[in-house]
Design a binder for this molecule. Structure first.
Ligand SMILES: *[C@@H]1O[C@H](CO)[C@@H](O)[C@H](O)[C@H]1NC(C)=O
Ligand SMILES: *[C@@H]1O[C@H](CO)[C@@H](O)[C@H](O)[C@H]1NC(C)=O
Length: 469
């Protein structure tokens, strides 16, 4: 059982590290001044706001000088009474700062030289913490480039755990705040894995006040998630009846991806995939099949989930606002960010060498463990996404509910945002929820910000989604 052994050793090592950290925390008498150093005075072009923002680095490995970059936005009002929410984007290797904060649910979006306010920012409901992880993503770096090689889910999980623990040393006032972990896409791996680590550490020392997790268009079990793509394409008119037949019987998508990452795509799969690619075309955004291609490169956050698209990238995007903004020297100075070992800030890292086969680790079972430990889970789906379609997620959630013997507590029904249907929802055992967001892409808060905020608020409050308007 080499993997189990690995886990035990790694846990012991990390445990020691955390104990050391806890002692450091006790000894550091001026921790509030630590966060003061990270305080953002003003982001270039930013409208005046009354809440505080912070950003900077947390060293997660002193020997290898691994430092993770974070951006923290206090809740718009009464931050002391609001929960703390960690947001993670996927990839693996894409930035929670560029995608999550500046394109999805953060307080501002770049527009020309300025930042414009996002009226549906999630900091209306919570203190929002965005983390660029793993090492090598965005402004996060290691001075030892071997740290970028063979990075996997285990390393990422442990680094994220250590990050958060050390972040609490800077922000001790949030140590006891209700903590939620949220994210999308490949964060369907990061989030449950981090939550599971927290529960393991909590057994010894109650370090993390974890209250729930939310996963948007997440990869939870790659075969179910990926093979739902064929039907999504077919039912949305992106592929023909015949190609659908080949894509479900001759070579399905999970088989293709699995061959692709083992470096040996069979002639059969190659033929089917070229049919699929030809019919779906490069000129439709797979993250929202109703959109014209490429609103922004920031939104194509997943190389791993659509490997065939790597070789056929289309760049009809004009100026990419977030990329330009985060590459400005004055912006980097205001954020206390440095570029180490790279020339530019990128949406998705090109120096990170991730263990792509970790994609096949089923994290739906990890979600099951969290539920058994009493942690509420929300799985939500932007319903226009073909990369991780709602149908796969819905199947996985229902299957998990059955396995755990959870009865339906909210039957499948619509929910409202304003006077319109925001999507559909079903809840099992008052602890496991599924919801769609109508008209939303893979990056749901980007394309349906108002509906996403309604969903987020209900999730934090532990309430069912609005049944009437
Ligand atoms: C957090 O809670 C623990 C016990 O519940 C308490 O001892 C500690 O003082 C609290 N810390 C803060 C910063 O509120
Ligand atoms: C996908 O293909 C694999 C390998 O051929 C097969 O084992 C699996 O059952 C297929 N899954 C679906 C949903 O068709």
């Amino acid at each position: 059982m080499p993997s189990l052994q690995w886990k035990t050793t790694a846990l012991a090592v990390a445990l020691l590290q955390l104990i050391t950290l806890s002692m450091e925390a006790v000894e550091s008498s001026s921790s509030s001044s630590l966060s003061a150093l990270d305080r953002i005075h003003q982001l270039p072009g930013q409208p005046q706001v009354s809440y505080q923002q912070f950003s900077g680095y947390v060293t997660v490995d002193v020997k290898k000088q691994k430092a993770l970059f974070y951006y923290f936005v206090e809740a718009e009002s009464d931050p002391a009474s609001k929960p703390l929410v960690l947001w993670l984007n996927g990839g693996p290797g894409c930035s929670s700062l560029g995608v999550g904060a500046f394109s999805e649910n953060g307080p501002f979006r770049p527009s020309g030289k300025a930042l414009v306010r996002n009226e549906y920012s999630w900091n209306r409901e919570a203190n929002m913490l965005y983390l660029e992880t793993p090492i090598g993503v965005g402004f996060s770096y290691s001075s030892d480039s071997s740290s970028y090689v063979a990075v996997n889910d285990k390393i990422t999980g442990m680094d994220n755990l250590i990050f958060l623990h050390k972040w609490f040393v800077k922000f001790p006032q949030h140590r006891n705040t209700s903590l939620f972990i949220t994210g999308e896409s490949y964060a369907g791996h990061y989030v449950p894995q981090l939550a599971e680590l927290m529960l393991q550490f909590n057994k010894k020392d109650k370090l993390f006040n974890l209250k729930g997790i939310a996963l948007g268009n997440p990869v939870l079990e790659f075969a179910t998630d990926f093979n739902s793509r064929a039907e999504f394409f077919w039912s949305h008119g992106l592929i023909s009846d015949l190609t659908y037949k080949f894509f479900t019987s001759t070579c399905n998508y999970s088989r293709y991806v699995s061959e692709y990452y083992r470096g040996s795509v069979s002639p059969t799969c190659s033929k089917v995939m070229s049919l699929v690619s030809r019919e779906t075309s490069r000129f439709v955004d797979k993250y929202d099949v109703t959109l014209d291609v490429c609103i922004s490169s920031v939104l194509s956050q997943s190389k791993v989930l659509s490997p065939q698209q790597v070789t056929e990238t289309v760049d009809v995007c004009v100026e990419d606002e977030t990329v330009s903004y985060l590459n400005r020297r004055d912006v980097q100075n205001a954020l206390h960010a440095h570029l180490v070992g790279v020339n530019r800030w990128l949406v998705c890292s090109n120096i990170l060498d991730y263990e792509f086969l970790d994609l096949e680790i089923p994290t739906i079972s990890t979600v099951g463990k969290l539920i058994k430990a009493g942690i509420p889970v929300l799985v939500y789906s932007g319903d226009q996404d073909s990369v991780v379609p709602l149908t796969g997620s819905r199947t996985l959630v229902r299957g998990l509910a059955e396995e755990l013997g959870l009865k339906t507590t909210v039957p499948y029904r619509v929910w409202f945002a304003g006077m319109q249907v925001g999507g559909w929802t079903q809840v099992y055992g008052d602890i496991l929820s599924f919801a769609t967001i109508r008209g939303a892409s893979h990056e749901a808060p980007f394309s349906q910000p108002e509906r996403s905020l309604v969903l987020f608020k209900a999730f934090l409050e532990g309430k069912p989604l609005p049944e009437v308007f």
